[in-house]
Design a protein around this ligand. Structure first.
Ligand SMILES: C[S@@+](CC[C@H](N)C(=O)[O-])C[C@H]1O[C@@H](n2cnc3c(N)ncnc32)[C@H](O)[C@@H]1O
Length: 279
């Protein structure tokens, strides 16, 4: 996908490592999807961002199927976020581990929404060089596990917590403490996220992005494990990535592999699931 990269010299050099570097895989996945004949997400800003960064995206080894998988996951989380925004004109959205994702631009929430994009300071620095400011939009440069930043969130708005490709990198103790802290702060709301199974966490050495970035997977769960995070959480929907709407747009070879995987008992169907919960 070299056509996605540009040779201009003033591009920010990306020096992220470990878990921070994984955001380049999801960004690139969305860009490749956007350039495909039948885009699933159609994130044109991602194409522009890839062109503007000085980084060798080829090192991540993302294929067409991986990119379509990233786009399917992002689209489902967009659908749940858009549904929450349609129900709550004065919502707060807390987007944890936002990376260089452009969800706020894709969904373009109304003027009464307050949106918070949260990631490490190095990541937020890079975002600020790439994306415009918007009214009602705040970037929070912090580790999500630091308790202090939560105090700057409004405590009187229905709140959607979104975490895409994040929670599997935290320990179960950190996931539990983070979500309980956010739920104690907000009056009510929803949580939309993806999670790996314990088997997928153990099989991390088969995950290209984890291996290439040298990052570590820590938390895996199944639907029954969600209630252990907090008794306040009630699952509204949970979907295996192999059943996501739009999977028919994947390249033929990937669809065939997904069909076979979905039928293998004891694990593959549950390797990665998306959850929408209310609290
Ligand atoms: C796989 S990337 C996903 C990025 C983005 N959600 C997307 O879909 O493109 C994982 C992201 O989680 C962020 N992250 C991981 N651990 C974090 C932590 N403790 N605090 C804040 N951000 C974290 C990384 O910096 C990175 O941006």
């Amino acid at each position: 996908m070299t056509a996605l990269t540009s040779m201009t010299s003033a591009r920010p050099k990306v020096q992220l490592t470990g878990v921070k570097e994984t955001l380049l895989a999801t960004l690139y996945g969305r860009a490749v999807d956007s350039r495909s004949k039948k885009p699933i997400l159609g994130d044109t800003m991602a194409v522009d961002t890839v062109r503007r960064l000085d980084y060798d995206f080829r090192k991540l080894g993302m294929g067409a199927g991986d990119s379509a998988g990233v786009a399917l996951r992002a689209r489902q989380l967009d659908v749940w976020t858009a549904r929450f925004l349609a129900r709550h004109e004065e919502a707060a959205v807390v987007h944890l581990g936002c990376g260089l994702d452009t969800r706020v631009h894709r969904l373009d929430p109304g003027p009464r929404v307050r949106w918070y994009d949260v990631d490490f300071p190095e990541v937020i620095d890079l975002r600020r060089q790439l994306y415009p400011e918007r009214p009602g939009y705040t970037e929070v440069p912090t580790s999500v596990t630091d308790p202090a930043w939560v105090d700057q969130l409004p405590a009187d708005r229905p709140t959607l917590i979104v975490a895409e490709g994040l929670l599997m990198y935290l320990t179960e103790e950190d996931v539990t403490a983070l979500l309980r802290r956010l739920m104690a702060h907000a009056p009510s709301g929803e949580l939309a996220f993806d999670a790996f199974s314990r088997f997928a966490v153990r099989a991390a050495r088969l995950n290209k992005v984890i291996v290439k970035t040298g990052s570590t997977l820590r938390w895996g769960t199944d639907p029954a494990g969600i209630s252990r995070l907090s008794p306040r959480l009630e699952i509204v929907e949970n979907i295996s990535v192999l059943d996501l709407p739009g999977i028919e747009k994947l390249p033929l070879a990937y669809r065939a592999a997904a069909r076979v995987a979905a039928r293998i008992p004891g694990g593959l169907r549950d390797m990665s699931r998306l959850y929408n919960c209310r609290f």
